[in-house]
Design a protein around this ligand. Structure first.
Ligand SMILES: [Zn+2]
Length: 173
């Protein structure tokens, strides 16, 4: 009897998350320099932190509902219906502070889809997923139905880490 070939398997799961946000691209040479917004879609791929095919007693890497709860919860609190502004974009920051009520989030990088994917992968996911025993392997941020940017983990975290930010919400209603 033939011995079947050994298969090396990597298990992961992907959860879609959706939110709306405004932004502008600092120093963009065309229309993306104007304040505008998108209906964003995020695809996050999650793997077990302990190993490539680690599953629980039920056979799950983690329950999908926990990924939604943690990551969509964070997105709802910080990016949904907020303006994402690069910290060096002082003109946009001064403007958004004058609007009442207001919700904005200061980014360490220009809020392109690439940098948003990177921020979710490197900063947000470790902050909200680590205690579940999983980590994000890849994050895709869809800015339109045709265009997405992808951030993929290819090594260990760099230090010092970027600190997880918070939305600024001013609402006296
Ligand atoms: Zn845009």
């Amino acid at each position: 009897m033939l011995t079947p070939p050994q298969v090396v398997t990597q298990l992961s799961l992907i959860r879609q998350l959706r939110f709306c946000a405004g932004h502008r691209l600092y120093r963009h040479e065309s229309k993306c320099a104007f304040f505008h917004g998108h209906n964003y879609r995020v695809d996050v791929e999650v793997v077990a932190a302990a190993g490539s095919n680690e599953v629980d007693a039920v056979g799950r890497i983690v329950d999908f509902s926990l990924i939604k709860q943690r990551l969509l919860g964070w997105l709802d609190a910080h990016w949904d219906h907020a303006f994402l502004i690069f910290q060096d974009d002082t003109n946009a920051l001064e403007s958004i502070c004058r609007v009442v009520p207001t919700k904005y989030f200061v980014m360490p990088w220009n809020p392109t889809a690439e940098n948003m994917a990177r921020y979710l992968l490197e900063v947000v996911a470790p902050g909200v997923l680590t205690d579940l025993g999983v980590m994000a392997r890849q994050v895709a941020v869809w800015e339109t139905e045709e265009s997405c940017a992808v951030a993929t983990r290819v090594g260990d975290p760099v230090s010092p880490p970027v600190l997880l930010g918070s939305a600024v919400i001013v609402d006296n209603r």
